[in-house]
Structures are given as structure tokens and as C-alpha cells.
Write a protein that binds this ligand. Structure first.
Ligand code: ADQ
Length: 482
């Protein structure tokens, strides 16, 4: 029956990420869940439309009482989400201590990271707890798709447990960050453990060829793995495939939202407010890698270079709060506030700096009225905001000004204006070029980007292929699971 086939499908795919796509909150003694935000959730949102799966992850809060845990599990069950409970100290050390303060900066080429054993032990422990929680739900043939840098040891820990239980499962791993080049990875004292952890996967996916190649070279130099066959790594009798998979968005979700009457109203209001003014938009999690201090300096330089444009340009910057428990992120927020104040004091008030999340409808309205989208990442796995801006520019043909260090730049540079984020003169020129492009040039750039965004939606091709990997091995991702 249909129900049978759905529940069979459900058995076939397990997705794992540190955080569940739903955040759970305690409200008046009971539990409520809501959709989390961020790149990973956006990138997998499309899956929920087409595919049945179970999603394992941390629910985002500490739940000690067994009865409460049962209640949280039931709340999440309706969304196929399965919570892995962690006590708050352990979760904090794993997430903030190791993942965000040590691993994240190294993956993004930031130097000056201090290693500490306590968070490392927590990282290992959390990966073990994830493996323990998942192994019993998997059956032979289940495809297990693990996401991101918080869980790099999980493929090995899970493989070990599965083998002990006599289960044979394909394990895929997707990294959502860059993987650094050369010997940068050596900055991490536990560099070998993490690479070995990953190499129990059958397939490791990266956003770009560059990250993939960096990883393969690190496996060769650090572990003496054999890498002469392109895209393959042979290590300890295992054959691991690697590939590039373009993570995209669901552009339809944006075009549909733009049609909503309240969004149209909002667009009219914004157009009225910024009549005769060029609107530049930026939307970023408040994170060092997004190059927000560089963005504000570059904008400041641009205003210095073009006094004739005073009151004719505005930068609307949404800085979405992120990792607020980490000191480096608190410091960055303070610096940005100071810079924003100085720019507004010096040049009239050309900068609208918002340190908050904005509702989705407001986000699409902003994208839609902006003449330019300015993204200044110093390093960035992909950057989905670039895709989202394009999805909202059907009428205006606005210009994407995109740092050459965003992964997206390796696909979108032809349709955008690229620049080096550390060079504020270059950034100033890029902004000026963007607002000066004539309609024909804008149209041709826009069409290039539109086609790219529409052709690479939500990993659909991967997901379809992935599912069939256990059955027909016919599609793209299926072929990669050999
Ligand atoms: P992020 O660093 O979070 O993702 P990005 O790819 O730009 O960066 O995705 C951010 C997402 O958050 C976008 O989809 C955006 O719409 C959403 N968002 C922004 N503001 C929001 C708000 N106010 N409320 C809700 N959602 C909001 C990481 C990597 C990236 C990589 C992605 C996907 O750092 O490089 O592209 O994962 O792999």
C-alpha cells in the first residue's frame, strides 16, 4: 500500500546535523518547536517537499527529565525529527568550544586559534553520542547523510558500530564550509583524527572543486592516502569518493512570496522611501567570515570617493545574530556598531545597520528593491544569499557585487562584479561600477545568474540520486556510491 511504501522510504534515508532544523523552546511548561534559520536548513528545505526521511540532531536546549524528553520527542516526531539530548555543558563545549572557536576559524583560514583539550574531548564525546543514537535506527541499506563540521568524527564512529551490528550502510558526508589549502590544516593539532573520521564515509561532498582538491591533497600528505585516481581516496582498504555538489535554493519560494499582497505593499513603501536613491543590500549572519568590517570600510571608502553621491545611496545591512555565546562574536558586534556610528556621523546617514533577524517576507521585499547586493565574505563555503538576491531580481536586474572568496563566486563571477574584500579601493570601485552599469549590461549579467540559480535548485539532483543509490545506483549521486 501507499503507507507501506512511504514508511519503507523513511527507512532509507537518515539525515544528521548538529542542530535539528527545528528549534525547541519551553513555553509555559510545555514544549514548542519552530523552524531554525541558516544556510544548512535553507539548503535542505526542498528535501522535505519530495522525500521522506528521519533527521537526527540536537534539539537546541537541555532536557533532563525523562518525561520531558518523551514530550519533546513526540513534538518533533510529527516532523520526522529525532532529538539527541545533550547536557548543556557538553553541548556548549562541543558547539561553541571546539566547533565554533577552533574548527570553524581554521576551516576559514583564520590564524591565531588556540587549541584546548577540554572542548576537543567534548567534541569527541558528542560525536560518540550521535553514533550511539543513530546506529539502532539504521538498517542494512539505509543511506546516512551527515552534515557539516560539527560531526567530522561521526562517519568512523558510526561505521564501527554498524559493522559490529552486522549492518551495511552507505554513509555520505557534506561539508558546508571551505576546506583549506596547502598546510593550513596543520594548524589543528588533532588534524589527523578528523580526516580519518571522515574517511569512513563512502562519499564526501564539497561546495567547490577547490575545496575538494584541497581535501584530497591533505589526505595524501597527512595520511599517505593514495589519490592517483581523480576524485578517489584509498585509505586503509577503503575507497572513498569525493565530489563537488552545488548547493542551491528553492527560487520558487522567493518568487511566490514576492507575489503576496503584504509583500507587494512593503515593496511599494520601500520604493517610495528610497525614490531617487540607489539601494545596496547586505544580509549576513554576524560572523567574521562574512567580512562585515571590511564591508563597512569599503562602503566608507566609496562615500569618500564619491561625495557627489551623498544622499543618493543607502546601504541596508542586516546582520543576523549568531553564536552570541562566543566572545569573538560579541567583540565583532561591538566593533560593527562603532563603525556604523562613525560612518553615519561622517556622511549623513547612508547606512541602515540592523543587528537582528528579519521575517522572510521582509527579507524578500528588501532583496527585491535593492539595486545592488554587496557580499564581502573573506571566506565562505558557498553563500546562499547571493542566490536568494538573484531569485528576487526578475524585474530590476540588480547587480551582485560578490567577494572572490565566497564559494558562490566560482560559479557566479561571470554574472557579477567580483573584488578582493581586503582591498577597500577595489570594493569602492566595484560598488561604483555596479550602480553605473547600463540596463543592457545588467540584463545580460542577470540572465546569466538567473539561469544558474534556476538550474541548481536545492540539491534536488543529489537527493533524487542519493535515494536511488540504495536501489538503482543510476543517478548522479548514486554513481558516486560505488
Ligand atoms: P551560512 O553561513 O549561514 O551558511 P548562507 O549560505 O548565506 O550562510 O545562508 C544563510 C541563510 O540564512 C540564507 O538562506 C538566508 O536567507 C537565511 N537568513 C538570513 N537572514 C535570515 C533571517 N533573518 N531569518 C531567517 N533566515 C535568514 C553555511 C555556510 C555557507 C553555505 C551554507 C549552505 O557558511 O557558506 O552556503 O551553509 O551550505
Amino acid at each position: 500500500s501507499r503507507m507501506d511504501s512511504i514508511s519503507n522510504e523513511k527507512q532509507n534515508l537518515i539525515i544528521v546535523s548538529n542542530r535539528l532544523p527545528l528549534s525547541v523552546k519551553r513555553v509555559d511548561g510545555s514544549f514548542q518547536s519552530s523552524l531554525s534559520s541558516g544556510g544548512l536548513v535553507t539548503s535542505l528545505a526542498g528535501l522535505t517537499k519530495s522525500t521522506q526521511f528521519q533527521w537526527f540532531g540536537w534539539p537546541g536546549l537541555e532536557v533532563r527529565d525523562l518525561g520531558d524528553r518523551e514530550e519533546v520527542s513526540q513534538t518533533l516526531e510529527a516532523h520526522n525529527a529525532i532529538p539527541i539530548f545533550l547536557d548543556s555543558t557538553l553541548a556548549h563545549e562541543h558547539y561553541n568550544g571546539f566547533s565554533n572557536r577552533i574548527l570553524w576559524p581554521i576551516l576559514h583560514y583564520q590564524s591565531g586559534v588556540t587549541f584546548d583539550d577540554t572542548p576537543w574531548q567534548a567534541y569527541k564525546r558528542v560525536n560518540e553520542l550521535f553514533a550511539d543514537a543513530i546506529v539502532d535506527s539504521a538498517e542494512s541499506g539505509t543511506l546516512i547523510w551527515i552534515h557539516d563540521y560539527h560531526l567530522m568524527l561521526l562517519p568512523e564512529l558510526l561505521r564501527h558500530r554498524l559493522t559490529q551490528q552486522g549492518k551495511s550502510c552507505a554513509i555520505g558526508f557534506s561539508l558546508h564550509t571551505p576546506f583549506p589549502a596547502g598546510d593550513f590544516w596543520r594548524n589543528l593539532p588533532v588534524r589527523k583524527h578528523l580526516i580519518e573520521g571522515l574517511l569512513s564515509s563512502d562519499l564526501i561532498g564539497f561546495h567547490t572543486d577547490e575545496y575538494k582538491q584541497n581535501f584530497i591533497e591533505t589526505c595524501a600528505s597527512l595520511l599517505n592516502a593514495r589519490t592517483e585516481i581523480p576524485n578517489q581516496i584509498q585509505y586503509k582498504n577503503r575507497l572513498v569518493c569525493t565530489n563537488k555538489f552545488i548547493v542551491g535554493i528553492d527560487p520558487q519560494k522567493f518568487t511566490d512570496t514576492l507575489q503576496m499582497p503584504e509583500v507587494q505593499d512593503r515593496i511599494r513603501t520601500l520604493k517610495e522611501r528610497y525614490k531617487g536613491v540607489k539601494v545596496i543590500v547586505g544580509v549576513d549572519r554576524l560572523d567574521h567570515i562574512k567580512g562585515l568590517t571590511q564591508k563597512l570600510s569599503g562602503f566608507d571608502a566609496f562615500l569618500d570617493d564619491h561625495p557627489e553621491l551623498q544622499n543618493k545611496v543607502v546601504l541596508i545591512q542586516v546582520a543576523v545574530p549568531s553564536r552570541e555565546d562566543v566572545k569573538e562574536y560579541q567583540d565583532l558586534e561591538r566593533d560593527l556598531c562603532t563603525m556604523a556610528g562613525k560612518i553615519n556621523g561622517k556622511h549623513g546617514t547612508p547606512l541602515l545597520y540592523m543587528h537582528r533577524s528579519v521575517p522572510f517576507a521582509e527579507l524578500t521585499a528588501l532583496y527585491s528593491v535593492a539595486d545592488v547586493c554587496l557580499l564581502t565574505s573573506t571566506r565562505d563555503g558557498m553563500n546562499l544569499v547571493a542566490f536568494e538576491y538573484v531569485a528576487c531580481q526578475k524585474e530590476r536586474h540588480g547587480v551582485l557585487v560578490l567577494s572572490e572568496f565566497a564559494g558562490a563566486s566560482s560559479f557566479m563571477s561571470q554574472g557579477s562584479i567580483s573584488f578582493h574584500p581586503a582591498n577597500k579601493t577595489e570594493m569602492s570601485e566595484a560598488i561604483f561600477d555596479a550602480i553605473s552599469l547600463d540596463p543592457a549590461q545588467r540584463k545580460s549579467k542577470y540572465e546569466y545568474l538567473r539561469d544558474f540559480v534556476n538550474e541548481n535548485t536545492r540539491w534536488d539532483s543529489i537527493c533524487d540520486g542519493k535515494l536511488s543509490a540504495t536501489n538503482t545506483r543510476s543517478a548522479k549521486w548514486g554513481q558516486d556510491f560505488t
